[in-house]
Design a protein around this ligand. Structure first.
Ligand SMILES: Nc1nc2c(ncn2[C@@H]2O[C@H](COP(=O)(O)OP(=O)(O)OP(=O)(O)O)[C@@H](O)[C@H]2O)c(=O)[nH]1
Ligand SMILES: [Mg+2]
Length: 247
């Protein structure tokens, strides 16, 4: 067993999963893969089982039905914490995130509680997005910074590495959001208790196969969630104090 787990939530990613698994198996740092599938109608879950039968480092969590990205990740985090993983990643299953960035995120996480892959630090690195999608994402980032005070350039990004102690410091059952706001909420819960969060530049590519699950509902959820986070932090736009848990 590796000390590094890559959690990939999947819903209809049959065209992407085998190639993604191959790339993960070939990384210079050995990693385990956990696929969290929400009963994909296209058979991604079964495909994942076949991969797991061939490769002992691949694991699969099957969930009863489509219940959103946030729920899938929470289940994945709980699975990871029941085992001895130290570096626990979130990564999309559509190749928007480049597996080759995993070593640098992991390396950076040696001295952090959480590392965020950022599309926007020192410039904009997104391949194949229409301008309106980019403006929505950049606008959301600014909105999150202004409302919550969280200083990160890409708070809605989904390529992250958590240290075990970071996930242990959160009551995962209380995490409510599911879409982009899930990313914002997880980071805010760490940041407000003074955990060390570092951003690392990544290049993000729009998926070239399969379908986006992005929706208006996801955007509205995020609009409201940031205000709730501000209230949870007692209207403070800064962390509470130094980290309680040391490495
Ligand atoms: N298990 C599970 N996975 C999901 C769910 N919704 C999305 N995913 C997966 O989460 C990852 C990111 O989802 P995407 O559809 O790419 O959503 P997005 O990245 O917000 O939007 P696009 O990049 O525009 O497609 C992909 O691997 C999806 O298959 C869900 O309800 N359950
Ligand atoms: Mg995507």
């Amino acid at each position: 067993m590796s000390d590094t787990l890559i959690i990939v939530p999947t819903y209809n990613e049959r065209d992407n999963l085998p190639a993604l698994a191959q790339r993960l198996l070939k990384l210079p740092v050995p990693v385990d893969l956990l696929v969290v599938d929400d009963k994909s109608p296209d058979g991604t879950g079964q495909l994942a089982d076949e991969l797991a039968a061939r490769h002992p480092v691949i694991h699969v969590l099957h969930r009863a039905g489509k219940n959103g990205l946030g729920r899938a990740y929470i289940a994945g985090f709980q699975w990871a914490l029941e085992r001895q993983y130290e570096f626990i990643f979130e990564m999309d299953g559509d190749f928007s995130h480049n597996p080759d960035d995993i070593p640098i995120l992991r390396e950076t996480a040696q001295n952090a509680d959480c590392v965020l892959g950022s599309r926007y630090i020192n410039g904009i690195r997104i391949i194949n997005w229409p301008l309106n999608r980019l403006m929505l994402s950049k606008g959301a980032a600014l909105y999150v910074q202004i409302v919550t005070g969280m200083p990160f350039s890409d708070p809605t990004g989904g390529f992250k590495c958590f240290r075990r102690r970071a996930l242990q410091s959160i009551d995962l059952r209380q995490v409510q959001s599911n879409g982009y706001s899930f990313q914002i909420e997880m980071t805010h819960r760490l940041w407000r208790q003074g955990m060390k969060i570092v951003e690392v530049p990544i290049i993000f590519s729009e998926r070239f196969q399969g379908h986006s699950k992005m929706s208006g509902h996801i955007v509205r959820e995020a609009l409201f969630m940031v205000w709730r986070l501000l209230l949870q932090n007692k209207l403070r736009r800064r962390p509470r104090g130094p980290a309680q848990k040391q490495p």
